[in-house]
Ligand binder design. Sequence first.
Ligand code: NAD
Length: 728
Amino acid sequence: MTDFTYAVDADGVATITWDVTAKSMNVMSTEGFALLDSLIDRALADAGVKGVILTSGKKDFAGGMDLNVIAQMRAGGAQAIFDGVMQMHGVLRKIERGGMDPKTKKGGKPIVAALPGTALGIGYELPLACHRIIAADNPKAKIGLPEIMVGIFPGAGGTTRLVRKMGAMMAAPFLLEGKLSDPKSAKAAGLVDEVVAPDALLSRAKEWVLQAKDADLVKPWDDKGYKMPGGAPYHPAGFMTYVGASAMIMGKTMGVYPAAKALLSAAYEGALVPFDTALKIEARWFTSVLMNPSSSAMIRSLFINKEALEKGANRPKVADQTVAKVGVIGAGMMGAGIAYVSASAGIEVVLIDAAQEAADRGKAHSADLLDKGMKRGKITAEKKAEVLGRIIATTDYAALAGCDLIVEAVFEDPKVKADVTAKVEAAVGEGCIFATNTSTLPISGLAKASQRPANFIGIHFFSPVDKMNLVEIIRGKETGDVAVAKALDYVRQIRKTPIVVNDARFFYANRCIIPYINEGIRMVAEGVEPALVENAAKLVGMPLGPLQLVDETSIDLGVKIAKATRAAMGDAYPDGAVDAVLFWMADQGRMGKKANAGFYAYDAAGKREGLWEGLAAQYPLAESQPDLTTVQHRLLMAQVLEAVRALEDGVLTDIREGDVGAILGWGFAPWSGGPFSWLDIIGAARAVEICDHLTATQGARFTAPALLREMAAKGEGFYTSRYATKAA
Ligand code: NAD
């Protein structure tokens, strides 16, 4: 166990160096924390030691707590979590007191945190307990408390200390939004005390230790007469802050994220009591959040499993397939975005369109995005030139020579795609992988146009490409392992999250999202208040209600998909009632957001104003309205049952991909951890009960899949069944 090492120099300054062997980034484990505790004891007990520098042997300080440890803590139950957290508080408090006399506050040893780079989560909470935080001027470093992003909150004193350090208002973006800062911004915000040149980090830390006075070691909250910056809760300013924050959190989270509420409660209640009691309150709220199934589901999907997929959990075992040169065919909305993310990742790009003008326009999209990055200070002029320099915009297929991957994003028309496939294959080498970005056409059908179907695959991006992090990789019937590995290695290069699914109508994400939109529209046809539909969706954690979503993606696309689906399904097509609304909207010219008219009304500048009143004339409100829960069950089950069927059908082969893909692909209620996690939270038996009720009242589309019934009968959950064999 060598997570921390200890050395004392000739001047009596001890250095504790965090350097977790076998990991590129330091993360805190239970054993690591115990070792740190013993080293602090050793330094405090050694009369020859004047003070301590806590630093890292790596380029960064720490990435945070090992979230697997948090998962293990949970297994011990509430009391075990609380005891564990209180023990951690004890160690951090010991650091903060530095061995001083509690009465006179004298005689403590200075402990300084020297951060060479990134310091996140416990990697910043630990420095917060030290007497001074010195950060190296490393613009790539990120400092802050991102816990809220994975459904927990800073529970190692970070919440209590930051609120007392800067006041609730100033601490809010760092705690409630998990805002991260580079060292200079961290200094400006008061998160760190000093920023120094990287090579002066340790010398400056030592200098500070040697000159620190007793008074330098006393934290404001341990000092007499401490007043909370910005005012305590019953101070007029404090009152405004907490009332405002409470409203803001409810507005942003719709009350579905337990961590945000718990965080605010810990901050508020903690601010009313002495510091050590506040830590206890923080520990209680932290325990309650860890015991909430939402936090474990979020950690599992958004951290552990997302990372596992990014690291290639489902990658076939073939040689490295890193992409050096990619050809992007079709420089429209998707192709232009794909060229941008590829070039930004250091890949050479040939961007082809039918006309030079269109190809140039596609490349100009990258220039626009890079300009925006420059305006925000994120990108330098050199970087912009470098990225643009990697993109060749042309109409000439001969430029594709040497490409090892092609991503085709031309019109959604099998004939156009077949023609492009043939032209590309004539221009590239045998080993080149051909990927289509089709959103609706089965891959195995498109592969018929290929001479090399083993090299033919689907790589389905979501729009806008630069923002959406999920990429759906689709294995056609004849797709080979090398093509899958190539697609996965490419997605890793562009730093997105992949899922690998089998070929079927709409693959996975669109297969689940379309029934969600349709269920919303169906309710409009039934005379359900549209605002009830939209708000029910948001109150269950969907980022967009189904009507807003179809406005954003456009009504004409909905019409196109409906027509194609009906043509493919014939008499079995179940969505006639939905189409009546959709087609009527199209006839009214209400094509959605892009037309400034859809289910919502928009002002001339395109700002959404509210639900369109004309809807009520065509679809009068029914006298009896369903209750909120029924609407929510309909909207959630429409998606979730499709996910279960995708698993039953073998389109999905891994529930981790089903959960991660749902959250990243279409924003499925992230608090739930995804559709399979949601089913586990409510339990298969309850899910079947809801399905049976909805089937009786709404129709056969809610029939519980056999798989779900089987689980209910066995008392199993997805993550505790045979489907969990691959999962964490
Ligand atoms: P688009 O109309 O914006 O772009 C298509 C581009 O392909 C145009 O620039 C067009 O000039 C070019 N093109 C057409 N025929 C060509 C040919 N023979 N040779 C070279 N270039 C040709 O469309 P888009 O929205 O970017 O969609 C492209 C593909 O991506 C489609 O298959 C679509 O289904 C899929 N897709 C779209 C979205 C989305 O949200 N728009 C999402 C995922 C996937």
